[in-house]
Design a protein around this ligand. Structure first.
Ligand SMILES: Cc1ncc(COP(=O)(O)O)c(C=O)c1O
Length: 356
């Protein structure tokens, strides 16, 4: 067999496929999922409805019922709402529609790696600005860079993954005032934060604000792939140009509607998880370990030898996230908060591996 006749696009040769290491472990505390399955009544309703799907037919292309239910739940007009297969696909649609060759995005490192990978795939120039020492956005530096570089899109992750902190609303307001184009705020973890930390209240006053959210974290539905965005209807209507037809499968629409019907039950463990997060942080601090303030469902902390601690934790059945080769996170590990017994196992293992 000869080699392929076509090589990949030049601008993709340096791109590495995204891998989030999936290792078998008793306590999987590395990907910020919920350890809790969705409520049983949601699952059984979905099972019943799935039986009635006409699988030989394409799904409702406009996911009309799902949009209506989501719009009602969010108290936000349907025309200003966009739903996709996870918030990653929302970002893909955004960059296909508003990024592209000759356009650029500014973001603040370290942050969620897909915020640079997705625009790169969509041929958008990525400008990563370093965060301040405490991992907040250095607003003066950001404003200078925006004035100099005029990026079409600025991405803010709040709470930021992997550092955990929310951006002050004053920072987001200042970015909205300076940005020549869109400011996209990824609030994948906002349910674990205090309500006043959300930028949701800014949407009415700012037609260049895009708010992206997901069902993958607090909603306990990472396996279904539902994400959504709220923005000005004029922005949302442009995205129809880049989505593929029938992109929301019939089962996805069924699960999304069921989740909205059972929203209160589905979200009822959010406060417990936030309490576990705080308990983990306090216990680590009591061991003399530096932790970064978190409004999400995880805690970033520092150890002297992360690869060794990571391996020793795994030997004790606890899988956390490490950042090999990342200059700003060289001493860091990140642990996802979930069930009480998971925190206990993690903390017991930490006492053994990091405190002797
Ligand atoms: C900040 C942030 N945004 C988005 C996502 C992905 O969300 P989804 O599963 O909706 O694609 C993640 C997943 O870890 C994340 O950390």
């Amino acid at each position: 067999m000869t080699g392929p006749r076509l090589t990949v696009r030049d601008d993709l040769t340096s791109v590495e496929a995204y891998v989030s290491p999936q290792q078998p472990a008793r306590y999987r505390m590395n990907t910020n999922e919920s350890p809790y399955a969705p409520p049983p009544e949601l699952v059984s309703e979905v099972a019943r409805e799935i039986e009635d799907i006409a699988f030989n037919r394409y799904p409702d292309r406009d996911a009309t019922d799902l949009y209506e239910a989501m719009s009602e739940h969010l108290e936000w007009p349907r025309e200003g709402l966009w739903i996709a297969n996870g918030s990653n696909e929302v970002f893909m649609h955004l960059f296909l529609g508003f990024g592209g060759p000759g356009r650029s995005v500014m973001l603040f490192e370290p942050t969620y790696p897909l915020h640079s990978l997705i625009p790169t795939i969509a041929s958008t120039t990525v400008m990563g600005l370093p965060r301040a020492g405490d991992f907040t956005i250095d607003l003066d530096a950001a404003v200078d860079a925006i004035r100099r570089e005029r990026p079409e899109i600025v991405v803010v992750c709040s709470p930021n993954n992997p550092t955990g902190g929310c951006e002050p609303l004053g920072t987001v307001r200042a970015l909205l005032a300076e940005a020549p184009g869109l400011v996209v705020v990824d609030e994948a973890y906002i349910e674990f934060a205090r309500p006043e930390e959300s930028v949701r209240g800014l949407l009415d006053e700012h037609d260049n604000l895009v708010l992206v959210k997901t069902f993958s974290k607090a909603w306990r539905l990472a396996g279904v792939r539902i994400g959504y965005m709220l923005a000005h209807p004029a922005l949302v209507s442009e995205l129809a140009r880049v989505r593929l037809p029938y992109h929301l499968s019939a089962p996805t629409q069924v699960v999304g509607r069921a989740a909205l019907r059972h929203a209160a039950r589905t979200l009822e463990l959010v406060r417990d998880i936030a309490e576990e997060r705080d308990r983990i942080a306090l216990a680590l601090q009591a061991m003399g370990i530096l932790t970064y303030p978190s409004s999400a469902n995880f805690v970033l902390f520092e150890v002297d030898d992360p690869p060794l601690v990571w391996r020793d934790l795994l030997e004790r059945g606890v899988l956390v996230r490490s950042y090999p080769g990342h200059p700003r996170l060289a001493r860091c590990l990140r642990v996802t908060a979930g069930r009480r017994e998971e925190s206990d196992a993690f903390l017991a293992a930490m006492r053994e591996v990091a405190c002797d």
